[in-house]
Design a protein around this ligand. Structure first.
Ligand SMILES: Nc1ncnc2c1ncn2[C@@H]1O[C@H](COP(=O)(O)OP(=O)(O)O)[C@@H](O)[C@H]1O
Ligand SMILES: [Mg+2]
Length: 318
């Protein structure tokens, strides 16, 4: 059994009389990449700030690598790299100066720090920008600077609070790839309020809603639990009646509906859980010499997910 790197036990946090986190417990083992998914205001940042020792819990406890975040906070912090929701960056410093400044504050020795700055900059792919002023960097590159400070002191646990919020789509893709890389070497807990993020990066997902953990599973199992069926949308050029007949003949397809849209015909297709029928649809279109203009999985909205997990109406299946 792998070592427990993050342990949260019966954790509750009140702000005044407002209950932000309601008696939650979870563990993250060494090497795991865990997504902490929940809508805005569900308690993700609060939990992370307790984990990183910035605020105390009201009741319950949290520990990192076996060190309590309150009573053993110095030891706990040595093990943590933290990317807060808003990284306090010093705009008038260069990337390199900023990292040197933080490393010095953290008590890192000069030559060790020098090597670590090089490694951190290389790992987050900031090489071309090391002498750039932070004020000149795009949001995506500022976020990389934030990641570089998080890994600077070689922590074995990384806690990243909504690492891709507010950055442009291309840099989101690159940042996710970067996080995936980091996750190969470090234990990682990352919060997000969007589902595709956890599907793209995590081994396991913990879902929190209104301060309560409502589900914990692999992204794949959650997808199956959440929906008995998969929904696919395909825009196909071809004779409607024949197209719909051919779609219904694909194994696993449970229903197909046709609607007219501005650019032609769209088919909303449902299949039984675990069946990705996109390849079969593409092959069917090619075999019939029709045209495939668009083919995609219809993502489930977070609202649908929480409704489902918190005992909303059944969607059948799983
Ligand atoms: N410093 C604070 N003082 C009072 N209430 C807070 C504070 N920080 C967060 N909250 C409240 O606690 C709840 C959880 O917030 P937060 O942990 O930031 O959620 P998330 O990160 O999931 O969006 C929200 O209702 C929020 O308004
Ligand atoms: Mg937050």
């Amino acid at each position: 059994m792998a070592e427990t790197m993050i342990e949260v036990k019966d954790l509750t946090k009140f702000y005044g009389d407002h209950l932000a986190v309601d008696n939650i417990s979870f563990e993250v083992k060494k090497g795991e990449v865990v997504g902490f998914l929940g809508p805005n205001g569900s308690g993700k940042t609060t939990t992370m700030r307790i984990l990183t020792g910035y605020i105390p819990p009201s009741t319950g406890s949290a520990s990192i690598a076996g060190f309590d975040t309150m009573t053993g906070s110095l030891d706990a912090r040595r093990h943590i790299g933290y990317l807060p929701e808003t990284v306090p960056l010093y705009m008038d410093m260069t990337v390199e100066d900023y990292l040197r400044f933080l490393g010095t504050i953290r008590g890192m020795r000069k030559d060790h720090l020098k090597r670590r700055i090089d490694t951190a900059i290389e790992r987050v792919k900031l090489g071309d920008y090391r002498k750039s002023f932070i004020s000149k960097l795009s949001k995506g590159y500022r976020q990389r600077t934030g990641l570089a400070q998080a890994i600077l002191h070689e922590p074995d646990v990384l806690i990243l609070d909504e690492p891709t919020v507010g950055i442009d789509p291309i840099q989101v893709v690159e940042t996710r790839a970067l996080i995936k890389e980091l996750g190969k070497e470090q234990t990682l807990l990352l919060s997000t309020h969007i589902l595709p993020e956890v599907a793209a990066t995590c081994d396991r997902v913990i879902i929190i809603n209104e301060g309560i953990i409502v589900a914990e599973d692999t992204p794949e199992n959650l997808a199956v639990r959440l929906r008995g069926t998969e929904q696919v949308q395909a825009d196909i050029r071809g004779p409607n009646a024949e197209v719909i007949k051919a779609i219904r003949e694909i194994p696993g397809v449970t229903s197909a509906r046709h609607i007219e849209i501005a650019t032609g015909s769209r088919y909303n297709i449902e299949s039984s859980a675990g069946n990705d029928i996109r390849e079969a649809i593409a092959a069917m279109v090619v075999n019939n010499s029709w045209g495939l203009l668009q083919l995609s999985i219809v993502p489930m909205s977070l609202e649908e997910i929480f409704l489902e997990l918190t005992g909303g109406e059944e969607h059948g299946g799983a």
